[in-house]
Design a protein around this ligand. Structure first.
Ligand SMILES: [Fe+2]
Length: 274
């Protein structure tokens, strides 16, 4: 579609577009409608040079829906920002999110999307990759699409217990598993996409363990096909906003010693439907 209030420049064939001509601290209604449209069309959108406050970061994300509070990752809770997830790495702290996944799929209503800001960004390395789960679905044979379309899978976030406080463990236990369709129909675009990921999807409902493992291994390998991907090079105050319902992402582990600090605000989505 044509845009009159923002500029939208796709960065790859499968997904991803850079948006210019907007200050995320003061987005007017006409701009917001177009950002929303560009987000749905491109699955992940990028903004540069957004020197906004944490409150402005949260306020922009909240225009898309209610903000999510992670059961465990609440590093800025004491500063009044329980909704902000900090992802920080350097020579002593390892990268997080360095395998393909979508966020928090173990909850009944997994996120609609996230708004991630680069606070401290390495001079080089630590790019983030996104993959289109529409493209991954469309890259399957008709026979495989039919097989997967009837299936549900179990997602589990129990891995977060290892870093949770006692209070957080109780909260996590109350919302750490959910079953979702293996092929999800996007509630806004109506398009189908793969909805299992290697971080949280544990098994396929109704299958023997060996069958489930073989199928999940195939799907998780398939979604890594480079043709489905885009790659974003961060600068300080770059912001990425992705649709968690139809994409997966991971960081590249190619500059492990460099300090990298990202801040994420996440928007609650709806219950996935087949
Ligand atoms: Fe993530």
């Amino acid at each position: 579609m044509a845009y009159a209030h923002i500029q939208v420049e796709p960065i790859a064939g499968a997904l991803g577009a850079e948006i210019a001509g907007v200050d995320l601290a003061s987005v007017d209604l006409a701009q917001f409608d177009e950002i929303r449209q560009a987000f749905l069309e491109n699955q992940v959108v990028f903004f540069r040079d957004q020197d906004i406050s944490i409150d402005e970061h949260k306020a922009f994300a909240a225009r898309f829906g209610e903000l999510h509070v992670h059961p465990v990752l609440q590093q800025l809770k004491d500063q009044g920002h329980p909704e902000v997830v900090v992802l920080e790495s350097d020579g002593k702290r390892p990268y997080v999110a360095d395998r393909w996944h979508s966020d928090v799929t173990f909850e009944e209503k997994p996120p609609l999307g996230s708004v991630l800001r680069g606070r401290v960004v390495p001079e080089r390395g630590g790019d983030t990759m996104w993959a289109s789960m529409y493209a991954a679905y469309e890259g399957l044979s008709d026979a495989m699409q039919r097989l997967l379309s009837g299936l549900e899978a179990v997602h589990d976030g129990g891995g977060f217990h290892a870093i949770a406080t006692e209070d957080q463990k109780k909260d996590l236990a109350s919302r750490q598993t959910a079953s979702h369709p293996v092929i999800r129909t996007h509630p806004e675009s109506g398009r189908k996409g793969i909805y299992v990921n290697s971080a949280f999807t544990k098994s396929i409902v109704g299958m023997k363990p060996a069958e489930s493992k073989a199928l999940l291994d195939f799907i998780c390998g398939h979604i890594e096909t480079p043709d489905f991907q885009c790659r974003f090079r961060w600068r300080t105050n770059s912001i990425a906003m992705w649709d968690n319902r139809c994409t997966q992402h991971r960081v590249l582990r190619d500059n492990l010693a460099a300090h990298r600090r990202m801040e994420r605000v996440t928007i609650i989505g709806d219950r996935p439907a087949a």
